[in-house]
Design a protein around this ligand. Structure first.
Ligand SMILES: NC(=O)c1ccc[n+]([C@@H]2O[C@H](COP(=O)([O-])OP(=O)(O)OC[C@H]3O[C@@H](n4cnc5c(N)ncnc54)[C@H](OP(=O)(O)O)[C@@H]3O)[C@@H](O)[C@H]2O)c1
Length: 302
């Protein structure tokens, strides 16, 4: 059996050490780490992986696409996809800024406590705070794909509307269930669209920037229907007041709470399983939906 070689393609100048360590822990024997990768310079790197090993040995080479700039990484991933032809392809995992694995872990955690997939007449109501970021956008898309009614919250009406339109373009059936909401504070002004969404939500997930508080304690209390509240921010102050990073299915006042570290264990399991998958299946091209499916299968098996 040849050594498992992972070609790490990172858009940042220095490839992520986090992604490298997880890859080793997930079974990669050798890492070829490249920083500053762009759609313009990635093709020779992919060819090098495609043309060195033949037959079944080819499966022991795989690609990871990462980096802090998610749009840049997605563009690299698209070029990687187009570079393959016929059966000459490598397994690929796309997880820039940990966005796919983190979003999957958050939605899976919510799904442990609330039925996210339901008859269309009674959809699960979810609110995603900080929805316009890489993680929040993916959380919103996964929830919408499962059939939830999703309120996506941003400080900018335009950014929220753009995200809603992007999700609707990918998931036309979900278009009517996505509500963009502009909101500028961590408070919950009674009567506002934001307050109504929070009051009716069964699931609240905050994916705001590190150290930004998106929902204060009074706002959190006003989430009277919430069964699960998740805050992905690990950097003080909390993204949702009353949720601490170590919360992991902590019950308070009838609501289950998860913090960033409480979600992080599931994220790591998904990340490692996804790396293992790209070595097991050279046809695998793992983006948001595929990473979520791996996580859901893992969760169902535990
Ligand atoms: N637990 C884990 O394993 C894990 C892994 C990865 C990431 N994370 C965490 O997940 C969260 C989301 O990550 P990300 O990369 O998607 O975040 P991000 O892009 O930095 O920010 C997400 C959104 O937060 C909003 N925002 C930014 N600054 C704000 C402020 N001062 N006040 C209110 N809103 C603000 C912005 O939306 P608008 O401008 O549209 O309002 C932005 O699009 C972060 O807290 C990150 O640290 C956790």
């Amino acid at each position: 059996m040849p050594k498992k070689v992972l070609i790490q393609l990172d858009c940042d100048p220095q490839p992520s050490t986090f992604d490298a360590i997880v890859a080793v822990d997930a079974g990669a024997d050798v890492l070829l780490r490249h920083g500053g990768v762009t759609p313009e310079n990635v093709v020779p790197l992919v060819h090098g992986g495609m043309f060195t090993r033949g037959g079944p040995d080819l499966a022991a080479t795989a690609i990871f696409v990462g980096g802090a700039d998610v749009a840049a990484a997605d563009a690299v991933a698209e070029t990687v996809r187009k570079t393959f032809f016929g059966p000459v392809r490598l397994g690929v995992l796309v997880d820039p800024a940990g966005a796919n694995t983190t979003a999957a872990a958050a939605v899976i955690a919510a799904g442990r406590h609330v039925a996210l997939e339901r008859a269309s007449a009674t959809p699960c109501r979810a609110v995603v705070l900080g929805a316009t970021g890489p993680v929040g956008g993916r959380v919103a898309r996964l929830l919408a794909a499962l059939g939830c009614r999703v309120a996506i919250v941003s400080r900018s009406r335009e950014r929220a509307a753009d995200l809603a339109a992007g999700i609707a373009a990918q998931l036309p059936a979900a278009a009517a269930r996505i509500e963009p909401i502009e909101h500028h504070s961590s408070g919950c002004l009674p009567g506002s669209a934001f307050a109504q969404a929070i009051a009716g939500a069964e699931v609240v997930i905050a994916a705001g920037a590190a150290g930004a508080t998106l929902l204060d304690e009074a706002g959190c209390r006003s989430a009277a229907s919430a069964r699960v509240i998740i805050d992905l921010n690990a950097v003080p102050p909390a993204g949702i007041e009353g949720v601490t990073p170590v919360d992991k299915a902590r019950s308070e006042g009838g609501t289950i709470r998860y913090g960033a570290l409480g979600i992080g264990g599931t994220k790591m399991k998904i990340h490692k399983a996804a790396v293992a998958r790209i070595f097991a299946d050279p046809t695998a091209f793992l983006g948001t939906a595929e990473v979520f499916a791996i996580g859901a299968a893992l969760d169902a098996a535990t």
